[in-house]
Structure formats: C-alpha cells, structure tokens
Write a protein that binds this ligand. Structure first.
Ligand code: HEM
Length: 237
C-alpha cells in the first residue's frame, strides 16, 4: 500500500463510520436524553417536594449543557477535519433553544402564573434574571436565523451574528453561578458546576484563536505521526 494514500483511506473510513444516519441519530439521542431523564424521574417520583423548581432548574441545566456541546462542534471540526459534524450544529443549537424555551415557560407559566408585572420587576431587580433574559433574547435571534434562508439573506453578517454564541455562553454561565446557592470564595455549595461550565466555555473560546488552533492541529499531526510513523498526515487544516 502506498504510504501517501493510507491516511486518506483511514480518514475516509472514519468519515463513513461517522456518516449520516449514525451521526444524526446520535445528535437526536443527545438532544432527547434530558427529556427521557426527566420523564424517568417523573415516573419514579423523583421530582422532589418542589417539582416546579426542579423542572425549571433541570431545563436550565439541559439548555446550558447543550449550548456547550453546540459550541464544541466548530473546534472539534477544525481539530479532526470531520467537516460532516458541522451539519449537525444547527440541530444541537435548536435543542438548546428548545430547553431554554421550556426553562422560560416553566418560570413564566408554572412559577409566576404569567404575571408579567412580577416577571418584569424580578428582571430589573435580580441581576441573574437580567443576565438570563439577555442570553435568552440572543438565543432566540440565533435560533430564528439558523435556517438557510436567513443564512443567504444575511451573507457575511450571518457568521458574525452567530459568534454571539460565545456571549450567550458567558452570560448563561454567570446566570447559573448567581442562581445557585454557594460561595465563590470558599468554593462551597453548588458553585463548582457553574465554574466547570465556565471553564469549558473559556477553553472553547481559546480554541477559536487562530494561533492556538494551528498549534493544536500541529500537535495532532505529530501524534498521528507518532502512532503511525509510516503515514504522512494529509490533514493540515
Ligand atoms: C428569559 C430568560 C431566563 C429566565 C427568566 C431564567 C430564569 C431562571 C430562574 C428563575 C432560575 C432559578 C431557578 C431556581 O433556582 O428556582 C434559573 C436558573 C438557571 N437557568 Fe435560567 N433563565 C433564563 C435564561 C436561561 C438561559 C438562556 C440559560 C442557559 C442557556 C439558563 C440556564 C439556567 C441554569 C443552568 C440555571 C441553574 C439551574 C440550577 O440551579 O441547577 N437560563 N433561571
């Protein structure tokens, strides 16, 4: 076998193994997993003594987890060259939006009985609600413009607009950190999870910096060479 052709074949194999429908199924599995977990908790009666609060917090965490998974797609594509993964970013983003919508609906309908005056007062009085609202409004803008017609209509501005995902990530992490009970100085209570999510958002942001990206890619190529010295890595970008 020609050594130059070996990696492209391996790459092709990897791409075929990861082809639709497996990848699509996996994305829907990831997106529907929180719903299945919540249904299970409902069936086995584990929604705690305050089910509304539990459901509200559960949907909030699901939205943030999926937001981070969505944000991870671009760095994973540039590191692995598995461009097919990009196709699934929109579905992941829309699942994020779905859980945010359910989080907000639980808050507005079940918790506050659609009392808009009270919701408004809460939004201006509690900084964490304000941060969540800002993140939510941006998420709505990204969800509505995630379709091809908007991509065409906005042209270059589409990519610029969708970079807002990093702002949303930052705001959502602060919203989370301020919503939970705990102290940052003593790392007590539930503060560790928002800190981990914040760390992940920062790592994903740093991986977008061109200098960091090219270093990671050259490291990947070196590792590839190390494990199969006869193969020349064909992936450069
Ligand atoms: C209009 C926008 C939003 C409103 C009004 C809102 C409201 C709330 C409220 C009231 C809580 C506290 C629940 C409680 O402990 O009783 C909360 C927590 C939370 N929210 Fe939001 N939120 C919004 C947007 C978002 C967004 C965009 C995300 C993520 C993408 C998010 C993720 C979270 C998380 C992770 C928690 C903490 C859950 C926990 O305590 O484990 N929220 N939100």
């Amino acid at each position: 076998m020609n050594s130059n052709t070996a990696i492209p074949i391996t790459e092709n194999k990897m791409k075929n193994t990861l082809s639709i429908p497996w990848l699509r199924l996996f994305v829907h599995f990831l997106g529907l997993l929180p719903m299945a977990e919540l249904l299970y908790k409902f069936i086995v009666d584990q929604l705690t003594v305050n089910p509304i609060q539990f459901i509200e917090q559960f949907f909030g965490r699901a939205a943030l987890n999926l937001l981070v998974v969505t944000m991870a797609v671009t760095p994973i594509v540039s590191i692995t060259s598995l461009k097919k993964l990009s196709k699934h970013r929109r579905a992941l983003g829309l699942y994020t939006f779905l859980y945010f919508a359910l989080h907000f609906t639980t808050f507005a309908v079940l918790d506050y009985g659609l009392n808009f005056r009270q919701i408004y007062l809460l939004t201006i009085q509690k900084p964490f609600i304000l941060l969540g609202t800002l993140a939510g409004l941006m998420l709505i803008a990204l969800a509505f413009t995630s379709f091809k017609t908007w991509m065409k209509r906005l042209g270059k501005n589409w990519a610029r607009l969708h970079k807002l995902v990093y702002v949303i990530g930052g705001l959502a992490v602060f919203h989370y950190a301020l919503a939970v009970k705990g102290s940052l100085s003593t790392l007590s209570g539930n503060i560790v999870r928002p800190l981990i999510m914040g760390g992940l958002v920062i790592i994903l942001l740093v991986l977008r910096i061109p200098a960091v990206k090219s270093r990671v890619i050259s490291l990947r190529n070196r590792i590839l060479e190390l494990f199969s010295p006869t193969l020349k890595p064909s992936i450069t970008k």
